[in-house]
Design a protein around this ligand. Structure first.
Ligand code: FMN
Length: 145
């Protein structure tokens, strides 16, 4: 696994049009294999046409992946919620743990919607405070298959 300073980026974006399940699968399968080569781990949530993705790994790998992801036309309105050095991974179990809407609990859906509203209300602002990390902690703690 590549070494170097550990970095985490969290962003939210909106799917362009209706993303079909096969397209989501393609993104997920590509992410799993490419990320494991790069020593990148993370989480992807997709709910009501909105992505939330956590990418953690060597700074160079995360930065170059973010450049590719920003250019991807399958989504738009990408807002970075957090980006910086971290001491440890939260999602070390998986190169990309994907949780589709049907696997989110009612409480998680509500928390996701709240987060979206918070982001929409403060465009351009990085999310400070415990809101984002509390939200993500739920998924980090969940057993990943
Ligand atoms: C929401 C979203 C998340 C993505 N996450 C990843 C990812 O974690 N890893 C990855 O390799 N590609 C991911 N992709 C795909 C990249 O945007 C890009 O298509 C892929 O890296 C192929 O780039 P390349 O053909 O220029 O190498 C994601 C795409 C979308 C729309």
């Amino acid at each position: 696994m590549p070494s170097g300073a550990l970095h985490r980026t969290v962003y939210m974006s909106t799917a362009v049009g209706v993303l079909r399940a096969e397209e989501l699968d393609r993104i997920y399968l590509r992410s799993k294999s490419a990320n494991s080569r790069e020593g990148i781990t993370g989480l992807m949530l997709f709910y009501e046409g909105v992505f939330l993705q956590v990418l953690e790994g060597p700074v160079a790998g995360v930065t170059s992946l973010m450049e590719k992801i920003r250019r991807d036309r399958r989504h738009a309105n990408l807002v970075v919620l957090e980006s910086g050095a971290v001491q440890a991974r939260n999602f070390h179990q998986s190169p990309m743990h994907f949780i589709a809407a049907r696997n989110l609990s009612a409480g998680e859906k509500q928390a996701f919607s709240d987060l979206r509203q918070e982001v929409a209300a403060r465009p351009g602002a990085l999310l400070a405070g415990p809101g984002l990390s509390d939200f993500l902690a739920v998924f980090a703690a969940a057993k990943t298959a």
